[in-house]
Write a protein that binds this ligand. Sequence first.
Ligand code: ZN
Length: 470
Amino acid sequence: MKIYNSLTRQKEDLTPLESGHFKIYVCGPTVYDFFHIGNARPFIVYDTLRRYLLWLGNQVTYVQNFTDIDDKVIVRANKEGITSKELAETMIGEYFHDADALNILRASIHPRATESIDDIIRIVKILVDKGHAYVTDDGVYFSIDTFPSYGKLSGHNLDDLIAGASERVSDTESKRNPLDFAVWKFKKEGEPFWPSPWGDGRPGWHIECSAMSLANLGETIDIHAGGVDLTFPHHENEIAQSEAATGKPFVRYWMHNGFVNINYEKMSKSGGNFFTVRDLAQRYPYHILRFFILQAHYRMPINFSDELLDATVTSWKRITSSADHLAFVAKTAPDETTKSEEEQALQDALTTCRYNWKNAMDDDLNTADAIAALFELVRAANTAASSGDVSAPSLLEARDTLIELFGVLGLDPSDTQEEAVPSEIMALVEERTKAKEARDYQRADAIRDEVLAKGFKIEDTPQGVRVLPL
Ligand SMILES: [Zn+2]
């Protein structure tokens, strides 16, 4: 499999340091609110990467942290009159509610910053001892001038950044370089704090991820992933701190997913075009949100709109209806493999689908093309099913393939979530069948329209009558 490594800016063969075992760190949520659709994208994308690596037969140790101490957490908790710990606890519960519903596997380890304070202090101490960090009157800062390759991930021009930072920030007189960042912040009134060799305080955001990655996965890990907005300064700073502390490469492959826009505009809380996953789930089922996100290549920007989500509902329905229909037709299809042209066409479509699907997944996790390959199979399978000349084993193989390969994407086409057809509707359907037997087609059509008006569709198939909710 090849993936695009943001550090080298090219697609590379993805191989783990330890044969057959990938170590992955994904930046997790800051738990001060429900997570929004922009946060959901990395969770879903890298969960899919993990599922694919597992499907290929690898072991995966997957770490995703909770940032449970941060300015945002403190501000919100104070506003609500509760402790940061209480707020974080509630929001971690809400995270799991949404993440489970999105079928995001739980990480092997979900470390929390507040439970990693010892690991954080240990690294800050190494940085101070080695001269990479220094103490000021408001905290301990990392000195970027002591790390010559600072900027290698983002590719930013440091002089421009320094000039920008000097203009922007006013409270940095004590910093040696305007881009130096806090690894430990001394306590302020009304903030939670922990003791440290330099004074009571709390960790900076960047050092939290470095410490949780090093403590749980070791000095050099295979993949570190997150949204493209985290490239600078968050990931750049993580590299600087971690490599300055250990003297070893921190991460072998960096992966970054593209932005999420709403109605073709950048998502913004103040502009009102902002959706939490919980909000969206009121209108669209969770699996539709997951399917929607995976229909785009993860590095491309993605746009959310009701029209696009409605279209996603329709296309997902095509898949579940197909899986359902294949099982239905297989019930009465011959057991023996026939030698028909249609049978051969379906077998060819199965081979092609598997080949194209895997090629797409191997090419930088191209779930968009992988899904296109599955749609090709749906088309071929539907044609085969309606031909009436294909064996049950082939029809079921097509269905099982859809279930298996969509399953790797965390989606389940056999879960149609169809409500049972009410008995009132079934009585009408029966009446219609009798009307047809009596050749009263006018009556039969009238009943069909009546059923349609009540939200159900009647299909006459060679295998009998089917009733489907619209
Ligand atoms: Zn992080």
